[in-house]
Design a protein around this ligand. Sequence first.
Ligand code: PBG
Length: 331
Amino acid sequence: MENKQHFLNQRRLRASSHIRELAVTVLLNYKQFIQPIFVEEALELPRNIKGLPHIQVDTLNTILETIQQDINCGITKFLLFPIPSEKKTKDFNYDFASLVVSTIKNTFKEKIWLAVDICLCSYTTHGHCGILNEASTMVENHQSVQELAKYAHRLAGAGADCIAPSDMMDGRIAAIRILLNQHHFEQVSIMSYSAKFSSQFYGPFRDACNSTPNSAALKDRKTYQISPFNQTDAIASALRDKAEGADIIMVKPAALYTDIISAIKAKSDAVLAAYHVSGEYASIELMHEQQLLERTSAHIEVWAALKRSGADIIISYAARNAKAWIENHLL
Ligand code: PBG
C-alpha cells in the first residue's frame, strides 16, 4: 500500500519552476503570433474600442506608428481590418483599403508580413458579409464570391502578402486563388477563416467596424457562419478550404472551440491558426479590471491551451506583448 502511493507521486514534477519548465509539453513562440490592426477612413484621431483596452482604431497616419511600435516589441505579422466610411449594397469602393495596404507595405516592405481581412460586412449598409438578394432575405453566394475575389485581387495588387477571407461564402477560396493566379499573384497566400462559428463573441469587433447585421429580414449570420452545435460542418469546411487552395486554415473563436482545433489537426496537415476573438479577449480584460484575475497570466494560459490543442499560429489582440510576456512568465 505504502509503495503504491510512492509510485503514484505526480507532484515531484510540479515541485519548482525549474522542473515545471523542464517538463513542459508545449512551447509558445512569439514568432507564431499575429496582431490584428484597424484603420478607418476619414478618421481624424485614433479612437478606442469599447471592451478592447490597449487596442485602437488607427488613422492612416497613426497606423504607421502603431506598426513601428509593434516591430519594436518583436511583432512582425499583422492582420489588417480596413474600415471604409461609405456603406452601399453593391459596387463597393476598395480605394481606401488599397491605399492603406500600399502605404503600409511601401513603408515597411519586407520587415513585416501583412494579411488583410476581406469581408463585405463593413462595406454593406445592412452589415451582412455578402450581397443580399432583392428581398433582402438571404446572402447571394455566387455574387458575393465574385465581389470578394475582385477585392482580393485589388489588395494583392496593392502589396498584401496574404488575403484572409472571413465572409464564409462557399467556394470563395477557389475563386480567389484562380483570380490571383491569373494575374500572376501566385506568391500571395490565403489564410481562410474556415471554421468560423456564428458566435456572440464578436461583439466588440462589430462595434469597432460598424458591422453589426441590421437587416430586418435577416437579423444574424446563421445562414452562412457555422453552428456551434455542428462539429462535422466545421471540419468539412476546413478540409474543403484546404483542398480549394487555402495555405492557412483558421478556427474562430479559439478558446471555446479547442475540440475543433484538435479534430482538424488530426485530419489535416494544414497550417492551423486559432483566432482568440474580441469577445474572448474582452472577457479576460473585464475580469482583470475587476481584479478577478491577472491579465498576463490569463492570456498566456489561453495561448497554452490553443497550442496544446494543435494550433500553430495564434491571432490575439495581445500578440504585441507575446515576446515580453512569454519570456518573463514564471511557470
Ligand atoms: C468579419 C469579421 C468578424 C470578425 C473578423 N472578421 C466579425 C463577424 O463575422 O461578425 C471577428 C473578429 C473578432 O471578434 O475579434 N466578418
